[in-house]
Design a protein around this ligand. Structure first.
Ligand SMILES: CC(C)(COP(=O)(O)OP(=O)(O)OC[C@H]1O[C@@H](n2cnc3c(N)ncnc32)[C@H](O)[C@@H]1OP(=O)(O)O)[C@@H](O)C(=O)NCCC(=O)NCCS
Length: 175
């Protein structure tokens, strides 16, 4: 059984969080929108963001940590800031290459869903995934996400266009 833990990020995780983000950004064909030349927030900005989300019911960053407390995966949930969309949140997720296929992504997504249920605010979780990212789509379907549509040629990465599939999970029946 792989040895990892999941918990919400706090301000003191900013540097480790950014180390993981930089490592994933440099990976060719990494499956996410972030590429090596895209800017990332500063450590101070991340500290501030994590301090703010500590009190949020619709936004959180979940970290997966190995036994040495190094970040091996993360999942961000970003809730809407207006009255009209505070029940909706978008998800981004990335696991370190050497940890993929060992249950980390599923555990991170489950932690995000549990957070959304417990917060009582979120009704809809949504994400976009490159349509050929079969492992990610398998994980999302397994946890109840349903495809909603295809955004054709939404991304241009690694020398080619990619279609994005949008998927969503309803946390509770919408009134
Ligand atoms: C996508 C990602 C988050 C999944 O996390 P993970 O830790 O690798 O996933 P898990 O180990 O929890 O689960 C993988 C599942 O996919 C299945 N799988 C693996 N390769 C697959 C494939 N080619 N097609 C379909 N299913 C596949 C596994 O069998 C497993 O299924 P199971 O839980 O039913 O046994 C991770 O691989 C990752 O970070 N990839 C790079 C970044 C990325 O693509 N992010 C998502 C952007 S939307």
């Amino acid at each position: 059984m792989p040895d990892f833990t999941i918990r919400p990020a706090g301000p003191d995780d900013a540097a480790e969080f950014l180390r993981h983000r930089r490592m994933i950004a440099r990976e060719p064909n990494n499956g996410i929108i972030q590429g090596p030349d895209d800017p990332l927030p500063t450590e101070a900005e991340m500290r501030e963001r994590f301090a703010q989300t500590a009190h949020s019911a619709n936004s959180v960053t979940m970290l997966a940590l190995d036994s040495d407390q190094h970040v091996i995966g993360l999942a961000g949930l970003h809730g809407g800031s207006r009255q009209a969309n505070r029940h909706t949140a978008t998800i981004g997720i990335a696991v370190s290459p050497e940890w993929r296929g060992q249950g980390v992504g599923t555990a991170l997504m489950q932690a995000i869903i549990d957070f959304a249920r417990q917060g009582g605010v979120l009704k809809r979780l949504e994400l976009e995934v490159i349509s050929t990212n079969e492992r990610a789509i398998h994980v999302y379907r397994k946890l109840g996400f349903v495809p909603e549509g295809l955004h054709r040629r939404k991304l241009f990465k690694d020398g080619q266009f990619h279609d994005n599939l949008s998927m969503a999970l309803f946390i509770a029946a919408l009134d």
